[in-house]
Design a protein around this ligand. Structure first.
Ligand code: COA
Ligand code: MG
Length: 295
Protein backbone atom coordinates (compact mmCIF):
# COMPACT_ATOMS: atom_id res chain seq x y z
CA UNK A 1 0.00 0.00 0.00
CA UNK A 2 2.08 2.90 -1.20
CA UNK A 3 -0.37 5.57 -2.26
CA UNK A 4 2.06 8.35 -1.35
CA UNK A 5 4.50 7.20 -4.01
CA UNK A 6 3.45 8.89 -7.25
CA UNK A 7 2.62 6.41 -9.99
CA UNK A 8 1.40 8.85 -12.61
CA UNK A 9 3.25 7.63 -15.66
CA UNK A 10 3.98 3.93 -16.05
CA UNK A 11 5.78 2.97 -19.24
CA UNK A 12 5.76 -0.51 -20.73
CA UNK A 13 8.58 -1.72 -22.88
CA UNK A 14 9.23 -5.05 -24.55
CA UNK A 15 11.85 -6.95 -22.54
CA UNK A 16 13.43 -7.95 -25.85
CA UNK A 17 14.15 -4.31 -26.79
CA UNK A 18 17.62 -3.44 -25.47
CA UNK A 19 17.41 0.12 -26.76
CA UNK A 20 14.18 0.75 -24.83
CA UNK A 21 15.61 -0.78 -21.64
CA UNK A 22 18.52 1.64 -21.90
CA UNK A 23 16.51 4.68 -22.93
CA UNK A 24 14.17 4.17 -19.98
CA UNK A 25 16.98 5.35 -17.66
CA UNK A 26 16.62 8.85 -19.09
CA UNK A 27 12.84 9.19 -19.25
CA UNK A 28 10.76 11.23 -16.78
CA UNK A 29 8.47 8.35 -15.82
CA UNK A 30 7.46 7.31 -12.32
CA UNK A 31 7.49 3.58 -13.10
CA UNK A 32 8.68 1.17 -15.75
CA UNK A 33 7.17 -2.15 -16.71
CA UNK A 34 9.74 -4.39 -18.36
CA UNK A 35 7.49 -6.76 -20.25
CA UNK A 36 8.02 -10.46 -20.84
CA UNK A 37 4.40 -11.11 -21.77
CA UNK A 38 2.27 -9.63 -24.58
CA UNK A 39 5.02 -7.47 -26.11
CA UNK A 40 7.42 -10.40 -26.54
CA UNK A 41 6.95 -13.06 -29.22
CA UNK A 42 7.14 -16.72 -28.10
CA UNK A 43 10.47 -17.31 -29.86
CA UNK A 44 12.00 -14.28 -28.10
CA UNK A 45 10.80 -15.15 -24.58
CA UNK A 46 13.96 -16.69 -23.16
CA UNK A 47 16.27 -14.03 -24.58
CA UNK A 48 13.98 -11.29 -23.21
CA UNK A 49 13.96 -12.97 -19.80
CA UNK A 50 17.77 -12.86 -19.65
CA UNK A 51 17.93 -9.28 -20.91
CA UNK A 52 15.41 -8.05 -18.37
CA UNK A 53 17.04 -9.85 -15.45
CA UNK A 54 20.40 -8.40 -16.45
CA UNK A 55 18.99 -4.87 -16.87
CA UNK A 56 17.32 -4.99 -13.45
CA UNK A 57 20.49 -6.34 -11.86
CA UNK A 58 22.63 -3.64 -13.52
CA UNK A 59 20.22 -0.94 -12.31
CA UNK A 60 20.65 2.69 -13.27
CA UNK A 61 16.90 3.40 -13.18
CA UNK A 62 17.26 5.86 -10.32
CA UNK A 63 14.07 6.79 -8.52
CA UNK A 64 11.87 5.03 -11.10
CA UNK A 65 9.96 2.05 -9.75
CA UNK A 66 10.95 -1.02 -11.78
CA UNK A 67 8.36 -3.72 -12.34
CA UNK A 68 8.75 -6.90 -14.39
CA UNK A 69 5.64 -8.23 -16.10
CA UNK A 70 6.00 -11.99 -16.17
CA UNK A 71 3.97 -14.44 -18.24
CA UNK A 72 1.05 -16.08 -16.48
CA UNK A 73 2.09 -18.70 -13.92
CA UNK A 74 -0.11 -21.18 -15.80
CA UNK A 75 1.86 -20.73 -19.04
CA UNK A 76 5.00 -22.54 -20.11
CA UNK A 77 7.11 -19.41 -19.39
CA UNK A 78 5.68 -18.06 -16.13
CA UNK A 79 7.68 -20.09 -13.59
CA UNK A 80 10.99 -19.43 -15.41
CA UNK A 81 10.19 -15.72 -15.63
CA UNK A 82 9.53 -15.55 -11.92
CA UNK A 83 12.65 -17.56 -11.08
CA UNK A 84 14.80 -15.20 -13.19
CA UNK A 85 13.13 -11.94 -12.14
CA UNK A 86 13.02 -12.34 -8.34
CA UNK A 87 16.79 -12.62 -7.69
CA UNK A 88 17.39 -9.65 -9.99
CA UNK A 89 15.56 -7.53 -7.39
CA UNK A 90 12.89 -5.43 -9.13
CA UNK A 91 10.47 -3.36 -7.01
CA UNK A 92 7.69 -5.70 -8.01
CA UNK A 93 6.25 -8.23 -10.40
CA UNK A 94 3.16 -7.64 -12.52
CA UNK A 95 1.12 -10.77 -13.06
CA UNK A 96 -1.19 -10.91 -16.08
CA UNK A 97 -4.79 -12.10 -16.19
CA UNK A 98 -5.41 -12.20 -12.45
CA UNK A 99 -9.04 -13.30 -12.20
CA UNK A 100 -9.66 -14.21 -8.56
CA UNK A 101 -8.42 -13.74 -5.02
CA UNK A 102 -6.79 -17.18 -5.23
CA UNK A 103 -4.72 -15.99 -8.21
CA UNK A 104 -3.40 -13.22 -5.94
CA UNK A 105 -2.65 -15.71 -3.16
CA UNK A 106 -0.90 -18.10 -5.55
CA UNK A 107 1.28 -15.34 -6.96
CA UNK A 108 2.21 -14.18 -3.43
CA UNK A 109 3.02 -17.76 -2.45
CA UNK A 110 5.20 -18.15 -5.56
CA UNK A 111 7.08 -14.96 -4.65
CA UNK A 112 7.59 -16.23 -1.09
CA UNK A 113 8.82 -19.58 -2.40
CA UNK A 114 11.28 -17.87 -4.73
CA UNK A 115 12.74 -16.04 -1.72
CA UNK A 116 11.48 -12.58 -2.68
CA UNK A 117 12.10 -10.00 0.05
CA UNK A 118 8.92 -8.67 1.67
CA UNK A 119 9.51 -5.32 0.00
CA UNK A 120 8.93 -6.85 -3.46
CA UNK A 121 5.37 -5.94 -4.44
CA UNK A 122 2.75 -7.65 -6.55
CA UNK A 123 0.85 -5.79 -9.24
CA UNK A 124 -2.17 -7.41 -10.88
CA UNK A 125 -3.46 -6.99 -14.44
CA UNK A 126 -7.22 -6.49 -14.44
CA UNK A 127 -7.92 -7.66 -17.96
CA UNK A 128 -10.34 -10.56 -17.90
CA UNK A 129 -14.13 -10.33 -17.61
CA UNK A 130 -13.88 -12.33 -14.36
CA UNK A 131 -11.39 -9.87 -12.89
CA UNK A 132 -13.84 -7.03 -13.34
CA UNK A 133 -16.71 -9.02 -11.85
CA UNK A 134 -14.52 -10.15 -8.92
CA UNK A 135 -12.62 -6.88 -8.52
CA UNK A 136 -13.58 -6.43 -4.87
CA UNK A 137 -12.46 -9.95 -3.90
CA UNK A 138 -9.16 -9.43 -5.74
CA UNK A 139 -8.53 -6.10 -3.99
CA UNK A 140 -9.62 -7.59 -0.67
CA UNK A 141 -6.88 -10.23 -0.92
CA UNK A 142 -4.41 -7.37 -0.34
CA UNK A 143 -5.62 -7.18 3.28
CA UNK A 144 -4.27 -10.67 4.06
CA UNK A 145 -1.05 -10.48 6.09
CA UNK A 146 0.99 -12.44 3.55
CA UNK A 147 -0.22 -10.33 0.62
CA UNK A 148 2.09 -8.17 -1.46
CA UNK A 149 -0.62 -6.77 -3.72
CA UNK A 150 -0.55 -2.99 -4.00
CA UNK A 151 -1.48 -2.02 -7.52
CA UNK A 152 -4.17 -2.89 -10.08
CA UNK A 153 -3.44 -2.29 -13.76
CA UNK A 154 -6.28 -2.07 -16.27
CA UNK A 155 -5.78 -4.15 -19.40
CA UNK A 156 -8.32 -2.62 -21.71
CA UNK A 157 -7.04 -4.30 -24.88
CA UNK A 158 -7.56 -7.78 -23.41
CA UNK A 159 -10.94 -6.80 -21.97
CA UNK A 160 -12.04 -5.66 -25.42
CA UNK A 161 -10.69 -8.85 -26.99
CA UNK A 162 -12.44 -11.18 -24.53
CA UNK A 163 -15.80 -9.43 -24.56
CA UNK A 164 -16.04 -8.25 -28.14
CA UNK A 165 -16.49 -4.68 -26.89
CA UNK A 166 -15.24 -2.01 -29.28
CA UNK A 167 -12.67 0.48 -27.98
CA UNK A 168 -14.08 3.79 -29.14
CA UNK A 169 -12.53 7.21 -28.47
CA UNK A 170 -14.99 7.94 -25.65
CA UNK A 171 -14.41 4.44 -24.16
CA UNK A 172 -18.11 4.11 -23.61
CA UNK A 173 -17.82 0.31 -23.62
CA UNK A 174 -15.19 0.02 -20.90
CA UNK A 175 -16.04 2.92 -18.59
CA UNK A 176 -18.17 0.88 -16.21
CA UNK A 177 -15.38 -1.70 -15.88
CA UNK A 178 -12.82 1.00 -15.20
CA UNK A 179 -15.03 2.55 -12.51
CA UNK A 180 -15.73 -0.81 -10.88
CA UNK A 181 -12.00 -1.41 -10.53
CA UNK A 182 -11.40 2.16 -9.27
CA UNK A 183 -13.94 1.50 -6.50
CA UNK A 184 -12.38 -1.87 -5.61
CA UNK A 185 -8.89 -0.34 -5.46
CA UNK A 186 -10.10 2.58 -3.36
CA UNK A 187 -11.83 0.24 -0.91
CA UNK A 188 -8.44 -1.28 -0.09
CA UNK A 189 -6.05 1.62 -0.59
CA UNK A 190 -4.49 0.15 -3.74
CA UNK A 191 -3.06 2.17 -6.60
CA UNK A 192 -5.00 1.84 -9.83
CA UNK A 193 -3.59 2.52 -13.28
CA UNK A 194 -5.52 3.15 -16.46
CA UNK A 195 -4.99 1.08 -19.62
CA UNK A 196 -2.86 2.07 -22.61
CA UNK A 197 -3.76 4.31 -25.54
CA UNK A 198 -2.72 2.38 -28.63
CA UNK A 199 -2.71 5.18 -31.21
CA UNK A 200 0.44 6.77 -29.80
CA UNK A 201 0.92 9.26 -32.62
CA UNK A 202 -2.46 10.89 -31.81
CA UNK A 203 -1.45 13.32 -29.08
CA UNK A 204 -4.85 15.04 -28.77
CA UNK A 205 -6.67 11.74 -28.44
CA UNK A 206 -4.15 10.62 -25.83
CA UNK A 207 -4.51 13.84 -23.82
CA UNK A 208 -8.29 13.44 -23.77
CA UNK A 209 -8.06 9.83 -22.61
CA UNK A 210 -5.56 10.76 -19.88
CA UNK A 211 -7.96 13.39 -18.60
CA UNK A 212 -10.81 10.91 -18.69
CA UNK A 213 -8.77 8.51 -16.56
CA UNK A 214 -8.11 11.22 -13.98
CA UNK A 215 -11.81 12.11 -13.93
CA UNK A 216 -12.64 8.43 -13.32
CA UNK A 217 -10.30 8.34 -10.31
CA UNK A 218 -7.24 6.60 -11.76
CA UNK A 219 -3.91 7.32 -10.02
CA UNK A 220 -1.99 7.18 -13.27
CA UNK A 221 -1.89 5.64 -16.72
CA UNK A 222 0.08 2.90 -18.40
CA UNK A 223 1.97 4.14 -21.46
CA UNK A 224 3.56 2.59 -24.51
CA UNK A 225 5.67 5.41 -25.94
CA UNK A 226 7.94 8.16 -24.56
CA UNK A 227 5.89 10.86 -26.30
CA UNK A 228 3.02 10.08 -23.88
CA UNK A 229 4.98 10.78 -20.67
CA UNK A 230 4.82 14.54 -20.30
CA UNK A 231 1.09 14.95 -20.80
CA UNK A 232 0.47 12.03 -18.50
CA UNK A 233 2.61 13.46 -15.68
CA UNK A 234 0.86 16.81 -16.00
CA UNK A 235 -2.62 15.34 -16.11
CA UNK A 236 -2.11 13.16 -13.06
CA UNK A 237 -0.47 15.94 -11.00
CA UNK A 238 -2.70 18.38 -9.11
CA UNK A 239 -2.58 21.68 -11.00
CA UNK A 240 -1.92 25.09 -9.46
CA UNK A 241 -5.60 26.03 -9.22
CA UNK A 242 -6.47 22.74 -7.50
CA UNK A 243 -3.60 23.15 -5.06
CA UNK A 244 -4.48 26.72 -4.26
CA UNK A 245 -8.03 25.69 -3.49
CA UNK A 246 -6.82 22.75 -1.37
CA UNK A 247 -4.61 25.08 0.68
CA UNK A 248 -7.48 27.54 1.12
CA UNK A 249 -9.74 24.78 2.40
CA UNK A 250 -7.12 23.59 4.89
CA UNK A 251 -6.49 27.15 6.10
CA UNK A 252 -10.19 27.83 6.46
CA UNK A 253 -10.73 24.81 8.72
CA UNK A 254 -7.71 25.78 10.80
CA UNK A 255 -9.19 29.19 11.69
CA UNK A 256 -10.40 29.30 15.31
CA UNK A 257 -13.89 30.43 14.31
CA UNK A 258 -14.31 27.26 12.21
CA UNK A 259 -12.92 24.83 14.76
CA UNK A 260 -16.25 23.31 15.74
CA UNK A 261 -17.86 23.44 12.31
CA UNK A 262 -18.52 20.56 9.95
CA UNK A 263 -19.46 22.70 7.00
CA UNK A 264 -18.24 26.13 5.89
CA UNK A 265 -18.19 28.27 2.77
CA UNK A 266 -15.00 28.84 0.78
CA UNK A 267 -15.17 31.06 -2.31
CA UNK A 268 -18.94 30.70 -2.43
CA UNK A 269 -18.90 26.89 -2.37
CA UNK A 270 -19.95 24.49 0.34
CA UNK A 271 -16.97 22.75 1.92
CA UNK A 272 -17.22 19.90 4.41
CA UNK A 273 -14.58 18.14 6.52
CA UNK A 274 -14.38 15.43 3.84
CA UNK A 275 -13.12 18.08 1.42
CA UNK A 276 -10.41 18.97 3.91
CA UNK A 277 -9.34 15.31 3.95
CA UNK A 278 -9.09 15.30 0.14
CA UNK A 279 -7.25 18.60 0.23
CA UNK A 280 -4.72 17.24 2.73
CA UNK A 281 -4.15 14.18 0.51
CA UNK A 282 -3.67 16.39 -2.53
CA UNK A 283 -1.01 18.44 -0.74
CA UNK A 284 0.85 15.24 0.24
CA UNK A 285 0.77 14.05 -3.39
CA UNK A 286 1.91 17.44 -4.66
CA UNK A 287 4.82 17.45 -2.19
CA UNK A 288 5.88 13.97 -3.31
CA UNK A 289 5.76 15.09 -6.94
CA UNK A 290 7.74 18.25 -6.15
CA UNK A 291 10.41 16.07 -4.51
CA UNK A 292 10.67 13.95 -7.66
CA UNK A 293 10.79 16.91 -9.97
CA UNK A 294 13.48 18.69 -8.01
CA UNK A 295 15.84 15.70 -8.37
N1 COA B 1 10.06 2.45 -23.88
C1 COA B 1 11.28 3.04 -24.01
N2 COA B 1 11.69 3.63 -25.15
C2 COA B 1 10.83 3.59 -26.20
C3 COA B 1 9.58 2.99 -26.13
C4 COA B 1 9.18 2.40 -24.91
N3 COA B 1 8.00 1.81 -24.76
N4 COA B 1 8.95 3.12 -27.29
C5 COA B 1 9.79 3.78 -28.11
N5 COA B 1 10.93 4.07 -27.44
C6 COA B 1 12.09 4.82 -27.94
C7 COA B 1 12.69 4.21 -29.18
O1 COA B 1 13.67 3.27 -28.81
C8 COA B 1 13.27 5.44 -29.84
O2 COA B 1 14.44 5.80 -29.16
P1 COA B 1 15.69 6.45 -29.91
O3 COA B 1 15.15 7.32 -31.02
O4 COA B 1 16.41 7.22 -28.87
O5 COA B 1 16.46 5.28 -30.42
C9 COA B 1 12.28 6.54 -29.52
O6 COA B 1 11.63 6.09 -28.33
C10 COA B 1 11.26 6.79 -30.60
O7 COA B 1 10.58 5.58 -30.91
P2 COA B 1 9.71 5.43 -32.22
O8 COA B 1 10.61 5.21 -33.39
O9 COA B 1 8.76 6.57 -32.31
O10 COA B 1 8.87 4.15 -31.93
P3 COA B 1 9.06 2.71 -32.54
O11 COA B 1 8.43 2.70 -33.90
O12 COA B 1 10.49 2.31 -32.42
O13 COA B 1 8.21 1.79 -31.56
C11 COA B 1 6.34 0.76 -30.55
C12 COA B 1 6.83 1.86 -31.50
C13 COA B 1 4.86 0.85 -30.32
C14 COA B 1 6.69 -0.63 -31.15
C15 COA B 1 7.12 0.91 -29.20
O14 COA B 1 6.84 2.21 -28.74
C16 COA B 1 6.82 -0.11 -28.15
O15 COA B 1 7.33 -1.23 -28.20
N6 COA B 1 6.02 0.26 -27.12
C17 COA B 1 5.75 -0.60 -25.99
C18 COA B 1 4.85 -1.78 -26.34
C19 COA B 1 4.59 -2.64 -25.15
O16 COA B 1 5.42 -2.83 -24.29
N7 COA B 1 3.37 -3.21 -25.07
C20 COA B 1 2.98 -4.06 -23.98
C21 COA B 1 1.90 -3.48 -23.13
S1 COA B 1 0.50 -2.89 -23.97
MG1 MG C 1 -2.79 -8.43 -21.59
Amino acid sequence: MSKARPRRSVLYMPGSNARALEKAKTLAVDCLILDLEDAVAPEAKSEAREKVAQAVRDGGYGRREVIVRINGLDTEWGADDLAAAVPAGPDGLLVPKVSSASDVRNACAALDKAGAPKSMRLWAMMETPRAVLDALAIAEASAEPSSRLDCLVMGTNDLAKDTGALLTEDRMSVRAWLSTCVAAAAAHGLTILDGVYNNFRDTDGFAAECKQGRVLGMDGKTLIHPNQIEVCNTTFSPDEAELERARKILEAFERPENAGKGVITVDGRMVERLHAESAAKMVVVADAIADIESE
